[in-house]
Design a protein around this ligand. Sequence first.
Ligand code: MSP
Length: 512
Amino acid sequence: MDKFFYITTPIYYPSAKPHMGHAYSSILADFFARFKRIQGYKVFFLTGTDEHGQKIQKAAKENGMDPKDFCDKISKTFFDLSKTLNLSNDDFIRTTELRHKKSVETLWNILEKKKEIYLSKYSGWYSISDEAFYSDDEIEDKDNKKISKISGSQVDWVEEESFFFKLSKWQKPLLKYYEENPNFILPESRKNEVVSFVKSGLNDLSISRKSFTWGIKVPSNKDHVIYVWLDALTNYLSALNYPDTSNIHYKSYWPASLHLIGKDILRFHAVYWPAFLLAANIEPPKRVYGHGWILSGEEKMSKSRGNILDPIEIIQNYGLDPLRYYLIKEVSFGNDGNISKDKLESCINSDLANNYGNLCQRVISFIEKNLKLNVPENYNFIAQDTKILKIYEDEFNKLVDSIDSQNINYYVNFVQNQLFVANKYFNDQEPWKKKGDKDRLNTILYVSLELIRKISIMLYPIMPNSTLKALKIFNITENIIDFNSIKNHEYLKINEKINKISILFKKIEKND
Ligand code: MSP
């Protein structure tokens, strides 16, 4: 039986070019997608751009462009970034596509038919930057402006006719849903925030706007455009050919396994989205995970704050895989984290150049000199060999569980420790002193190769390019990487040859 995994990133606003925060969401999602693939799942990985609404219309106007032309231009920079980041996404959706429009209109019609929508008047606060409505108690004064306490963004008073979704009615079913699906929202701390927000009572939600035109029109009333969040969230269905729910794609992948998002957009994904779906009688996604922010100093990165870190610039200077490794390893997943050139350089030098790259080089050069690159034969594991090989067998289920519960920190710590252990093994065993004891020499080299193989496979979802270079040692190509094979300790066959590889990571000269 095939096993399916559907993972999504948020779809990004093409209001300005992408920054490190966007790269972060995408790289993490790619990590999960790649892991599940090598674990044997059929994976569908979706990313894209969220192109409607007042925020985009405003940005287009500021740039003197027609909104669609503007979206075409900026969306392309996100598409290009997906290539630069080596994302393995299967689709890139744009909400200005026809397939998406059809899907949103259908969902709207269903909600209307089920009497979940009514026409009334909205008067309240709205933040264009967040595309969000805020209640009075979520607003404060700052520098003679009204801002949202939650996001710090400026809000304006809006009064206009609007369609409403009967969100209040879904308070109890949502709470029941959270209770019956305790892992629907992760991490736990964020789940608690959402649950207390819902417990405090839900107001009906304004889901259409009348004062601008850039969006999908309400099918039954063309004076209104559909609220951009209802529009955007539906992308997760559009990419599976919704409303055609009988197609194999939809049947295999819905409900989504994991919506990976930033903590700032949790309310939309963990409250509004499941409420819309429950109201339309569609199963909600299995999990929403709200990750932390990449901070620039102490602040969230944003165009309005002018503190943007450019991922392209970092990649040009340091390479892609070091950035991917840094974001996955150095930022404790679920929490906020920081990136600085200094920390990135230390990480490249110690973890990547010294621990990983150097281990591969030392072992291969030694085998080249002493065994002419032949797979060591007559190996015979003794207790100290079995002990370090068996860790992978013993830890295997825990490692898989750690990924399935998005406990990346556990997984990454494990690999990092094992890199240390592998280096220590090679040093302590001193193969250069064992040239007189061929069998022992062969065994040490066999074990060292096995450790490189296991570690490279484990690092593959983090650093696909570099690990694929390393896996050339064993003629392992991307399509045959199998995570389950790290339990096996006798992968290499005697009479075969291993391959030499080029240097994986260059050390950075630091001035201090
Ligand atoms: N368009 C909406 C999402 C719609 S999903 C149906 C949106 N777009 S966004 O471009 O503003 O942000 C997209 C994602 O990037 C969010 O998950 C957000 O949390 C993430 N990041 C934006 N800045 C960030 C950091 N500085 N750090 C980490 N991620 C942050 O919201």
